[in-house]
Design a protein around this ligand. Sequence first.
Ligand code: KG4
Ligand code: ZN
Length: 336
Amino acid sequence: MRVLGIETSCDETGVAVYDGRRGLLAHALYSQVKLHTEYGGVVPELASRDHVRKLLPMIHAALAEAKSRSEQLDGIAYTAGPGLLGALLVGACLARALAFAWRVPSIGIHHMEGHLLAPMLETPAPAFPFVALLVSGGHTLLVEVSGVGRYHTLGESLDDAAGEAFDKVAKLLGLPYPGGPALAKLAEQGTPGCFEFPRPMTDRPGLDFSFSGLKTAVLTARKAAPDDFQTRADLARAFEDAAVDTLLIKCERALQQTGHRRLVVAGGVGANKSLRARLKERVTQLGGEVFYPRLEFCTDNGAMIAYAGYLRLARAASSVPSAVAARWPLDSLTAP
Ligand code: KG4
Ligand code: ZN
């Protein structure tokens, strides 16, 4: 089975072709970062229009790279939510129109399911069951995963998502959008221990997160500190250490609570080097294993959607959403 995947939930246009026997045949990504930088964040209407411009040429290019004709496709998967409604509709409409024209099934994929399954594109792939830490710009979730579509949320952020916190703190340190990677880079030049920030919600039981107080703590410290490069780097370092520590503590707790020994980390913040290194060290100490997607598949991409679509279509999908959804709980998915 060969599936074309289309991702347009936010500001990245992603297209990929996944083949059940030969693996990933092609993937292409176009980032709209430049378009949104001057506004300091994603402008939904501009994002939709850019997806319209980029999608069809990218699909042609991906099929050419995969040396695949449209007749060789067995299905088309697209991100159906959660995300920006207009941006989602662009991908969904094109996917369904092409599926109609090419007489193949189309399937709407949950964006976070795409992230969650992305580490399975790597070798070695994690076996079920595992605990997944999903850390993106819109979500922070700890999920117990027993199989495709068998998800149980263990904890989530009660306010800002981890990526959102990175982005907001980056902004208040004067860094350009998108803030997460820029903040991580600045933190590398910071001296650890110059500032001490809280590890929110780690002093009580449970697996939920809260990052908004941490952001406020950085803001307060910034106002009281001198405004020079080294201080900003020290603040960035202290924030990153606090955020990573918090994620680490909750992951360890989730592994203990479920008794699983495999941890899968996915979503944009999963590209953070400090998080990757420290989780690997800690989980290995505990006798477990951590699985990450390659860096380019941590952030939004078409490969994860093509792969999730393949897994669901190959198992004769039972739940094909008929519309896109800006909000969509991961727990509501069922196994194909
Ligand atoms: O998964 P993703 O590409 O999009 C969403 O589904 O939201 O995640 C984007 C988020 C942004 O908040 C971005 O700042 C953050 O991931 N991010 C990072 C890093 N790379 C991306 N955060 C911290 N460190 C990084 N290296
Ligand atoms: Zn994402």
